[in-house]
Design a protein around this ligand. Structure first.
Ligand code: ADE
Length: 225
């Protein structure tokens, strides 16, 4: 998978890809990340990429021309499955959306800033608009990092144990069951006996029941769908 990220702040997006699972995925050649500084596509001598909004009002708007130039250049080099715009008024990211995106080959992610982009960018270039939640960030970069993390860990071969992404919370609209590791007793707090029994099918049944219990208690909305 190839991810092209268009941003005015590439430095904000470096560290997530320089450690742990995302770095390993890149090193293994399972995904490649390409940053494009929008400023390099500015068309006037001030390197301007934003301007006042027509009709008045506070806040700057990202101009269409630099974004068009950047997206058009990328599209002239390969086909893209999605051009995603990170914005608080997009569809809220969930596991299903992450699963869908993980199946794509080439995607562009555009990070918004200031008040956002000129509406014509959204009308003519963007195929999908994603929010990471009902709150406003200073820019789309951290949101883009969240999308990349959620998506990349689903690409086959990225996680050591192939089954572990499938047993994540939300993969079957359930939260994950409680998990424990050694010691089996700490300050008198014991791990449930069933997990130490070695009885695989009983353990599976216990985990499923606990996942249901936890979901009913913490996220009953997931069970209604
Ligand atoms: N940009 C600013 N806030 C955002 C959010 N909540 N989700 C995605 N992009 C954003």
């Amino acid at each position: 998978m190839r991810i092209d990220i268009i941003t005015v702040l590439p430095e904000l997006l470096r560290s997530p890809f320089e450690a742990s699972i995302l770095k390993r995925a890149i090193d293994k050649g399972l995904v490649s990340i390409h940053m494009h500084n929008l400023r390099a596509f500015a068309t006037n001598s001030y390197n301007q990429i934003d301007d006042y909004q027509f009709g008045g009002g506070a806040g700057m708007v990202m101009m269409i021309e630099p974004i068009d130039k950047c997206i058009s250049k990328l599209k002239s080099e390969r086909n893209y499955d999605e051009v995603i715009y990170m914005t608080p008024d997009g569809e809220t990211l969930n596991q299903g959306i992450a699963n869908q995106i993980s199946l794509k080959e080439n995607i562009i992610i555009l990070c918004g800033h200031y008040k956002g982009v000129d509406q014509r960018v959204r009308d003519h270039f963007i195929t999908r608009e994603i929010s990471v939640g009902d709150y406003v960030l200073s820019g789309g970069e951290l949101a883009a990092a969240i999308v990349c993390d959620a998506v990349i860990r689903l690409i086959p071969g990225v996680l050591g144990n192939e089954t572990s992404a499938l047993t994540d919370s939300f993969q079957d609209d359930l939260l994950a069951p409680p998990i424990y590791t050694r010691p089996s007793e700490y300050k008198g707090w014991k791990v449930p006996d069933i997990l130490l029994s070695g009885h695989t099918s009983k353990i599976e049944a216990w985990r499923e029941a606990e996942a249901h219990k936890r979901t009913e208690k913490l996220r009953p909305d997931l069970l209604e769908e």
